[in-house]
Design a binder for this molecule. Structure first.
Ligand code: MTE
Length: 321
């Protein structure tokens, strides 16, 4: 992954949304929940399948015990400092150019080793009446991190619905690709479309999440609207954005960064402070939005060891990275 020198990974405090603004949004969400309103914008009446997918505005979501004790990363940094190479390599490019991406209507093609292969609309797959809010730390392989309040559904619930067959062992995800809308795809930094994958037990882990929103609102396009994966114990590039295809396989599927540099980016890509990237240390990370010198020690599995370590028992986590 390319590291760029003069990034504004540090925003000064005057530029950022103070927490009260988010708390206000939270109150709006709660009020919406109390009124039985699923989404304040773009939401029609009627059955789940007939309902319009919200494309902007607040989402009502249940608070959960998934919290991080550190401060949330300011909204401006979460939505202004992004990696979404389909729109360019600069951290500001996704916020500048992702508005060109069509995200509604949105279909997801499900294929491979499943009893239910077909195209699903987003509303078919995601129950917008059962959204959860989870605050997770996102640790990028570039050695920075953010703390983000995501809104979405457990990936396990979707996997369950899609009924992978007995011989399925992995799941691959693919990002939407439209070269006219995604100016960054003119650059051959990766072999487009962007693909990622998980072992099925990882996909079923309670932490794996599909986000449709953040900070109580519909996911901004630069963050992977309308639906993106969030796998908090792995480096951020596993959290693939704007998912348009899901494929169940028996063999380990191709993943974009692994294909481009296998020695640097393994299939697993679990956050591991003890395995340096060939070109930089992974033992600590910059805290985005936390101040010029704000850093923290990187934790094994990004702090989620209790939930995930057992899945890798017996594996050499340096070799099988
Ligand atoms: N998904 C796609 N399709 N394209 C990308 O370039 N970048 C990844 C990941 N998902 C990326 C992607 C990387 S490197 C990171 S760190 C996270 O998205 C960043 O997510 P964020 O911009 O919402 O913080």
């Amino acid at each position: 992954m390319i590291r760029r020198k003069n990034e504004i990974w540090q925003l000064s405090n005057e530029l950022v949304t103070p927490k009260p603004a988010f708390l206000n949004r939270r109150q709006i969400m709660k009020a919406a929940g109390a009124l039985g309103v699923t989404a304040l914008a773009g939401c029609g009446q009627g059955s789940a399948s007939a309902r319009q997918m919200p494309t902007e505005g607040a989402l009502a979501a249940q608070e959960t015990n998934w919290q991080v004790s550190d401060d949330l990363t300011p909204y401006e940094a979460v939505t202004g400092y992004n990696n979404f190479y389909e729109f360019g390599l600069d951290k500001g490019d996704p916020a500048r150019y992702a508005s060109a991406m069509t995200t509604s209507p949105w279909n997801i093609e499900v294929s491979g080793l499943t009893d239910e292969p077909r195209e699903y609309s987003l509303q078919d797959l995601v129950d917008f009446d059962a959204l959860e809010e989870r605050v997770y730390r996102l640790r990028c392989v570039e050695a920075w991190s953010m703390v983000i309040p995501w809104v979405g559904v457990p990936l396990a619930s979707i996997i369950e619905r899609l009924r992978p067959s007995n011989d399925a062992r992995y799941v691959q995800f693919e990002t939407y690709l439209n070269r006219n809308e995604m100016r960054g795809t003119r650059l051959r930094v990766l072999d487009w479309p962007y693909v990622e994958g998980l072992r099925l037990d990882e996909a079923r882990n309670e932490l794996a999440f599909l986000a449709v929103g953040l900070y109580g609102e519909v996911l901004p396009k630069q963050n992977g609207a309308p639906i993106r994966l969030v796998v908090p114990w792995k480096y951020g590039y596993k959290s693939i954005k704007s998912v348009a295809k899901i494929r169940f396989t028996s063999e380990e599927p191709a993943t974009s960064w692994n294909q481009s540099a296998p020695n640097e980016y393994g299939f697993y890509s679990n956050v591991n402070p003890n395995r340096a990237h060939p070109r930089w240390s992974q033992s600590s990370e910059r805290i985005i939005g936390g101040g010029l010198l704000a850093r923290r020690e990187t934790e094994m599995f990004n702090g989620y060891e209790d939930q995930v370590a057992s899945m890798y028992a017996g594996m050499d986590l340096i070799e099988q990275h």
